[in-house]
Design a binder for this molecule. Structure first.
Ligand code: MSP
Length: 707
């Protein structure tokens, strides 16, 4: 079986997880799920980088051991990754790698010994001992050359790191060096393969950096300056440089240097890996790492792909000082996990910088998910329930009915939509294989747009009134349902939960995780399949209301603990969190009366909680001719379920998306076995009391109160 091994960088365990740690993990997770669907045996690594002077100092300040310090940070990382379905339990990473694992120590020592025993391509010792004199940034864990630091204002002061703006450490001590300067030609040979470092622009940067001449690299510190590190084999007075240690995690995790892990995972089986890294750590991955591996006689990685940075909506770098970071608590509280995953892949062109703002996330959720995928799914399934007794109809139109279909503009040739879907699928596979995730998703949304148009043009609700158009109606609904099946398989890697949800609603039972999009054939959805219960998947978010809540929430969560609080407080659970949106209690409503016969006080009116709601789904109820079962977003955490006696006058699917008025504090009651959690307002017209639903002619946010 073909194998695929993908890694994220291992994150410094000196700080709580942030968007910079969430993002690459989401991308790697999607990629691995995609490859698994494509039939690969996969392995996905993420984890933490736990050694070095920075963590040593943080722990000293907190009066805990470095290990206690990183244990607490790791617990926070694992908690976060689980919230976003990225952990093993949710089908995510195979290993949360920690550089403090004993097997890692073993593997690092083994690699060091191999490199130390090797000669460079130019015939010199790959590692030699000498003296290092220079400036070091503990936060970057990097030595800085003159053009990489800011000179001090006063003579005698330390220069500052250009990234962290903090003073650098002066290092003047004995050190082991890796003879990187001898590997330039060997590295340039590797870069001849255009697939090795990507995207192209980054590859060119790496090539020109190597061409300008490489400096040898200090790969150890004296133990008396850095003690929280892996010792140099055979020379315990020296500690291995944190980057040398960290990069090796990619191979120790799968069994290099440890027979037990080799047996359980398989270095031989999975190496080489695809490394996803931020552009800020490309040099370490595309230059140092392959050079270490060349020296040790190990194959270089399969690929190093450098992605861009998330900036704030104004294009500024995110930083705690500017207060423009993304709060992961908020992200989790207000947005569906799959919406965040989708946004990460769709909004940023992988390889370029992108802008991350809550507003853009709300807009994308509403346009692409609530109105796009979610709406296509709910309207298709609701119509199958309504017009076809809940069974997937046939997509075929017999000869004698072709003319009817043509008359209403329905393309009778099913191969047209099949061909369109196949072409889009091939484009999707090509883009995903090339890490062009955003484009791949754009292509999938072109299928959604196409089918939306087929439905709007054909107007199934009109076709349903004409017996001659039964086959046309069936064909339109089959096309929509079969497209939904395709969408589930195509999008499963990006939105595992939502797609599995739609798939179940389609009445299908397999696990999507192993269904290969390349094997999709039009017509796979069997006629007669009994669809499942129709449920809304992506409720629309009320932009103004959600933003107001996020703003209030951020004030509170500004009190979010720093990394040090997470470490010193055993009760890191006690994070200050804004309260989740509260579901308003339903109380007894004022009793209504037929016709206005007497005046009420304003206070009486105020007892009625009238809210703007938006219909998310609408369906008929078996054996209840008059009732529709609606789910309505009134700006609460969960949509309300409301039964309304309007089935004789309203086609359910036409109600989806409509803004209406809801009595929100009516005592819930049961009708036909369903709880109705409110009431919608409608005028009662004519003798028969035809209901005409109250609505708005201007855009109003869901949940807005009527006064
Ligand atoms: N520990 C090293 C990696 C060692 S890998 C052998 C490290 N850790 S880090 O925690 O500082 O950064 C991890 C990753 O987060 C980097 O790839 C970095 O690019 C990424 N990000 C940090 N901030 C980011 C954004 N604002 N946007 C996207 N990714 C960013 O470096």
């Amino acid at each position: 079986m073909k194998t695929f091994y993908v890694t994220t960088p291992i994150y410094y365990a000196n700080d709580l997880p942030h968007l910079g740690s969430l993002y690459p993990t989401i991308v790697a997770d999607c990629l691995r799920r995609y490859k698994r669907q494509r039939g690969y045996e996969t392995y996905f690594l993420t984890g933490t980088d736990e050694h070095g002077i920075n963590i040593q100092r943080m722990a000293e300040r907190k009066e805990v051991t470095p290990r206690q310090y990183t244990d607490n940070i790791v617990a926070e990382f694992k908690k976060l990754f689980s919230l976003f379905s990225l952990d093993t339990e949710h089908g995510g990473y195979d290993i949360f790698m920690r550089t403090t694992e004993p097997f890692h120590y073993q593997g690092v020592a083994e690699l060091w010994r191999r490199v130390a025993a090797s000669k460079t391509p130019k015939g010199n010792d790959a590692i030699y001992k000498s003296h290092y004199e220079g400036w070091f940034c503990p936060s970057c864990a990097e030595y800085k050359t003159e053009d990489e630091y800011q000179k001090p204002e006063q003579p005698g002061e330390a220069p500052s790191c250009l990234v962290h703006l903090k003073p650098l450490d002066r290092v003047s001590e004995e050190s082991y060096f890796f003879r990187l300067s001898d590997y330039d030609e060997a590295l340039l040979k590797l870069y001849e393969d255009p697939e090795f470092v990507q995207p192209e622009g980054r590859r060119n940067e790496v090539i020109s950096f190597v061409r300008t001449g490489l400096q040898d690299l200090s790969i150890s510190r004296e133990k008396r300056s850095v003690s929280w590190a892996i010792p140099v084999p055979g020379d315990p007075g020296h500690s291995i440089y944190v980057w040398f240690d960290a990069l090796i995690n990619y191979i120790t995790a799968i069994g290099f240097g440890n027979e037990e892990r080799e047996r359980v995972v398989g270095f031989e089986k999975f190496w080489p890996a695809v490394h996803l890294v931020g552009k800020d750590i490309l040099r370490q991955h595309a230059i140092y790492w392959p050079a270490f591996l060349l020296a040790a006689g190990i194959d270089p990685p399969r690929k190093v792909f450098a992605h861009g940075m998330w900036l704030d909506p104004n294009g500024r770098k995110m930083s705690k000082t500017l207060g423009n970071t993304i709060d992961l608590d908020i992200l989790h509280r207000y947005f569906a996990t799959d919406a965040v995953r989708y946004f990460c892949l769709r909004e940023m062109v992988f390889g370029q910088d992108g802008r991350f703002g809550y507003e853009t996330l709300i807009d994308r959720t509403n346009s692409d998910l609530a109105s796009g995928l979610g709406n296509l799914s709910s309207r298709t399934l609701t119509m199958i329930a309504r017009y076809c007794d809940g069974r997937v109809p046939s997509g075929k139109i017999s000869e004698d009915k072709l003319l009817f279909a043509k008359r209403v503009g329905v393309d009778t040739d099913e191969t047209t939509i099949a061909g369109f879907a196949e072409h889009a699928r091939d484009q999707f596979l090509h883009d995903f294989d090339n890490f062009a995730f955003s484009r791949a998703l754009e292509v999938v949304w072109s299928i959604i747009a196409r089918v939306d148009k087929i439905i709007s043009d054909a107007k199934p609700w009109d076709l349903a009134k004409d017996e001659n158009q039964r086959q046309t109606l069936n064909a339109v609904l089959y096309r929509a349902a079969e497209t939904l099946r395709w969408l589930c398989i195509l999008l499963n890697s990006v939105m595992p939960e939502a797609t599995q949800g739609i798939y179940t609603q389609l009445g299908l039972v397999d696990s999507l995780a192993h269904l290969n999009p390349a094997d999709l054939k039009w017509g796979g959805l069997a006629e007669g399949t009994q669809i499942g219960e129709v449920k809304p998947l992506f409720p629309r978010l009320d932009r103004a209301k959600t933003m107001a809540e996020i703003r209030n929430g951020s004030d509170v969560s500004a009190a979010r603990p720093s990394e040090s609080d997470a470490v010193t407080s055993a009760a890191s659970e006690a994070r200050t969190k804004p309260l989740p949106p509260v579901r308003r209690a339903t109380t007894e409503a004022v009793s209504g009366s037929e016709g206005v016969t007497s005046f009420i006080e304003i206070g009486d009116f105020a007892k009625v909680d009238l809210r703007v709601g938006q219909v998310l789904t609408a369906e008929r109820i078996p054996k209840a001719d008059k009732l529709l079962l609606l789910s309505i977003d009134i700006g609460e955490e969960k949509p309300r379920q409301i039964l309304a006696g309007i089935a004789e006058y309203y086609e359910p699917e036409k109600l989806v998306g409509r803004k209406i008025v809801v009595v929100a504090n009516l005592k819930p009651r049961k009708l036909r076995g369903y709880e109705s959690q409110g009431m919608l307002l409608a005028a009662s017209v004519g003798e028969e009391g035809k209901p005409v639903i109250a609505t708005f002619t201007e855009d109003v946010p869901n949940g807005a109160r009527l006064k």
